[in-house]
Design a protein around this ligand. Structure first.
Ligand code: GDP
Length: 329
């Protein structure tokens, strides 16, 4: 019988790639979607518009992380073998503006799901998408699964809580619960307010004459940027093991925002020096520093390794934006 998976956050970047991966592996995929006034589901439109897939091997259910009764109903109905918990308010900058919502969705939302996992007699395997932001300003470089948590923003605090609760529920109740500690991961489906997508789109808009310049915050900021397609593969592998464990998923390479600018603008055939302006509005009240991951455990135990390089990813994202703009999107 086909395995069944439930994905919270299926309409997001990672959720959409994970749904594709699981459907290709013949899973029956169930996704939790929020009932919002705008039906923002473009990342899975190609799946929901396919009559061979939608309501045959892919099903969507309305529920909110803030609404345990509805969530429980979805779990009952979908009877998953595996739950991938990807939903939450995931923008660090925005978490300073709406810290309570961030905590409620990202921290308490995870706790609610863990409480539900406890009640099911069948052993549902549970994956929590944790984040490198739990390490904040670490003392160790690169960071692995044993590095102490030192978050420096509301999002990182919420993720630290959710990560620790996943550990507590695994150890206390014997749940098959894993944390994937995911470093930044990008793609053409990344939200437009994340810096890689913003830069690639900005370069394409300038090339098309739709914009004169691009405004950014701190371009010296460094991140370990991988491709989301590689990271969802790691999520799946984590749940296929004999025992539940935590894994860091990262490339191990640091690049600056400025390197993203250089790569994207050169791919668009533009001289970046002419088009970048700085605006304090995009500076963070507090920055995470030198978050670079050591994924040796995932490499050794799961056989996981990123396939995309930084340059290939940014060039491909830029080409994609140029194509979108040429189609009037
Ligand atoms: P994050 O690592 O989850 O916060 O991912 P982002 O893509 O939002 O930000 C990555 C880095 O880019 C952070 O250090 C930001 O401070 C920096 N950055 C510089 N300019 C910008 C900008 O205009 N927008 C965003 N989102 N980040 C910027």
């Amino acid at each position: 019988m086909a395995k069944r998976a439930l994905i919270t956050g299926i309409t997001g970047q990672d959720g959409s790639f994970l749904a594709e991966l699981l459907l290709a592996k013949d899973y029956e995929v169930h996704g939790v979607v929020r009932r919002t006034s705008t039906l923002e589901r473009t990342r899975i439109d190609h799946l929901t518009s396919n009559p061979e897939i939608y309501n045959k091997s892919l099903f969507l259910h309305y529920a909110e992380l803030s609404e345990p009764i509805a969530l429980r109903r979805v779990i009952d109905k979908s009877a998953p073998d595996e739950v991938y918990h990807l939903a939450g308010q995931s923008h660090v900058g925005i978490s300073f503006e709406i810290p309570e919502t961030t905590l409620d969705m990202t921290a308490t939302g995870t706790l609610r799901l863990l409480e539900m996992m406890r009640d099911y007699s069948t052993q549902i395997r549970f994956f929590h998408a944790s984040s490198s932001e739990i390490f904040g300003r670490p003392d160790h470089f690169p960071q692995n699964e044993t590095c102490p948590f030192k978050p420096v923003n509301p999002y990182g605090c919420a993720k630290a809580y959710a990560t620790l609760m996943t550990d507590v529920y695994r150890e206390t109740y014997g749940l098959f619960a894993c944390n994937g500690i995911l470093y930044n991961h990008e793609s053409q489906r990344r939200g437009e307010n994340f810096v890689t997508r913003k830069i690639c789109r900005g370069a394409a808009q300038i090339k098309a004459g739709l914009k004169d310049y691009l405004t950014l915050g701190d371009v010296t900021s460094l991140r370990d940027w991988g491709h989301a397609e590689d990271y969802v593969q790691g999520m799946w592998l984590a749940l296929q093991q004999d025992a539940p464990e935590n894994y860091v998923f990262a490339t191990g390479e640091l690049h600056s925002v400025d390197e993203v600018v250089q790569t994207a603008f050169i791919a668009a055939g533009l001289d970046p020096k002419k088009f970048i302006r700085q605006d304090p509005r995009f500076m963070r009240p507090s920055e995470s520093t030198r978050l670079v991951g050591d994924a040796s455990k995932a490499k050794n135990k799961l056989g996981w390794a990123p396939k995309w390089t930084f340059t290939e990813m940014i060039e491909s994202m830029t080409r994609h934006e140029i194509k979108l703009i040429s189609q009037g999107k």
